[in-house]
Design a protein around this ligand. Structure first.
Ligand SMILES: [Zn+2]
Length: 289
């Protein structure tokens, strides 16, 4: 009942995708992997359906203070880990003072809840979130925090490839991290790979115009690849236009396995293995309530 016409007609000469049937998707019983979703934003946007208990992945903060509510929403989901961080959008908030003070606040909250990851944080020149220099300082403050607290970092980068690569170049990532929702070409992917980071692909890899992201997804090494929904945003084809949910990673998994010519369950295993390796680099264990 899912409209596959988008996918069937998808693709250019370089990457042609044929996905003939979605019949094997049975959402309620499957195991879901999602390296990046926002349970609280989903709820605030009116999606009250519970996150499936079988999920493995990372629930990501929208601001430094929402962790308590997120833990409440996801109570009992054993394979969910948490991140706490400040994205560039925080700069526009009234209670934002400076990158240094923000990092001090984050450190306290991360340790209080024993969060596994730091972020998302990074650079965004698509939206008007504030001066690029302040964005860079806030980003670098969290890279330092990632080293200090020994937690992998989750990086957001939109329309800011050059500035992001420049910051990656001059920093080390001893606890590794994830370039989330990777939306650049394969040349930009080289630097985060050099730095030992993981690359997470989202629903926008399925969008018609994003041939360059598909190319990056094909070239991404198997031991560094992850995928995500970024729910409630960026629903993949054929769910584009609907509110996104972690279950829809199934479409992304199928899509990636098609374009990478890699067995679907082998790719699923690989991604889970990558995630577990990354999680093992974190000193955060999540606070038991
Ligand atoms: Zn996000």
């Amino acid at each position: 009942m899912v409209d596959t016409k988008d996918l069937k007609s998808f693709g250019s000469n370089a990457v042609r995708v044929r996905v003939s049937s979605w019949a094997h998707f049975s959402f309620p019983s499957m195991n879901i992997f999602d390296s990046h979703f926002h349970s609280l934003i989903m709820r605030k946007n009116g999606d009250l359906s519970p996150i499936p208990a079988s999920i493995t992945g990372i629930d990501v903060s929208a601001d430094p203070f929402d962790i308590k509510e997120r833990i409440e929403i996801l109570k009992g989901l054993e394979n969910v880990s948490y991140s706490v961080g400040s994205g560039p959008w925080r700069i526009a908030d009234e209670d934002f003072s400076s990158p240094q003070e923000e990092a001090e606040t984050l450190e306290k909250i991360i340790l209080e809840y024993d969060a596994h990851f730091i972020g998302e944080c990074g650079l965004d020149l698509f939206h008007d979130y504030g001066r690029i220099n302040t964005q860079k300082e806030l980003f670098e403050a969290q890279i330092m925090l990632s080293r200090k607290l020994k937690r992998p970092i989750i990086i957001h980068s939109r329309d800011a490839a050059e500035d992001t690569v420049e910051i990656l170049k001059k920093n080390t990532f001893s606890s590794s991290g994830i370039m989330h929702c990777f939306s650049y070409d394969k040349n930009v992917m080289k630097k985060p790979l050099d730095k030992g980071l993981y690359i997470s692909f989202s629903g926008n890899v399925t969008y018609r115009k994003n041939e360059f992201i598909r190319e990056a997804a094909i070239y991404c090494p198997s031991d560094r690849i992850l995928y995500e929904t970024d729910s409630p945003y960026l629903s993949p084809v054929p769910m584009r236009g609907k509110k996104n949910r972690p279950e829809y990673t199934e479409y992304i998994l199928s899509f990636l396995s098609e374009i990478r010519k890699e067995d679907r369950s082998a790719l699923y295993e690989k991604v889970n293995e990558n995630y577990r390796r990354l999680l093992s680099l974190s000193e955060g264990k999540g606070r038991a309530d």
